[in-house]
Design a binder for this molecule. Structure first.
Ligand SMILES: [Zn+2]
Length: 237
């Protein structure tokens, strides 16, 4: 388990040396989620390579194309993810309704990868929920990992995770037994053209999930898919 702030994570494998070259090769040929080596390369039309896993259908971007943390933060700063952006608030309020539908009364919530402004955390607190934010990219909420939550939320986060299995293991540890994990990410389908798909155009997006990939994520978390629209919202429990 790599624990040194790798969640939206970075750096460790990008500084050269024999071990790092090995990590790079591993990254290219083994699936970041299921570990299968049955992967094939494809092009995405955005000057990046993609690796597609034939076992779990995760499509992921090799490490050498990942942005450094500074570039990543600059890219996020272009998004209007603040309390002052009406469109973003509307979007999050819709998502909040999905979270409140989880069959636990007044769940404690961890907003995993909250972003700098922790907008979802604040909206959930406005509902009277006990909610905590965590985002190592902005050095937010390391202490929040000291306890466990009824509900762990990853809203537009999982597509950014570099050490996917480690981060999912952390999510699992932060969730109580009988709790829920809600994941929001756009999934691709068999007819998605990555060359024109807006989601693939974002250089900070490095993992792309088919709806069936989410079953593997659920399995990894020792959960099942319980709800959500199963297109861009998945409720696991
Ligand atoms: Zn896989």
């Amino acid at each position: 388990m790599e624990t040194d702030g790798q969640i939206l994570g970075y750096v460790k494998h990008e500084t050269g040396g024999a071990n790092n070259r090995k990590a790079e090769l591993t990254d290219q040929f083994a699936c970041r989620l299921c570990g299968s080596t049955s992967c094939r390369r494809r092009l995405d039309g955005w000057n990046r390579e993609l690796i597609e896993c034939s076992e779990c259908s995760l499509i992921f971007v090799p490490r050498r194309y990942h942005l450094g943390a500074d570039k990543e933060r600059r890219r996020y700063a272009l998004h209007n993810n603040s309390m002052h952006d009406a469109g973003y608030l509307k979007y999050l309020r819709g998502f909040r309704r999905e979270l409140l539908a989880v069959p636990i009364s007044k769940p404690s919530v961890l907003d995993f990868g909250s972003g700098r402004e922790c907008v979802l955390t604040r909206l959930l607190r406005d509902e009277g929920l006990w909610a905590h934010a965590y985002d190592p990219l902005y050095d937010i909420g390391k202490d929040a990992l000291q306890r466990r939550y009824d509900l762990v939320v990853m809203c537009e986060v999982i597509e950014h995770l570099r050490n996917l299995r480690d981060e999912l293991a952390l999510v699992r540890r932060c969730c109580v037994d009988g709790g829920y994990v809600v994941i929001r990410t756009e999934t691709y389908t068999d007819v998605t053209d990555f060359g024109s798909w807006w989601y693939a155009a974002d250089p900070t997006h490095i993992n792309f999930f088919h709806p069936k990939t989410m079953s593997v994520v659920a399995q990894f978390l020792q959960m099942k898919i319980r709800g959500g629209n199963r297109r861009n919202i998945f409720v696991l429990g």
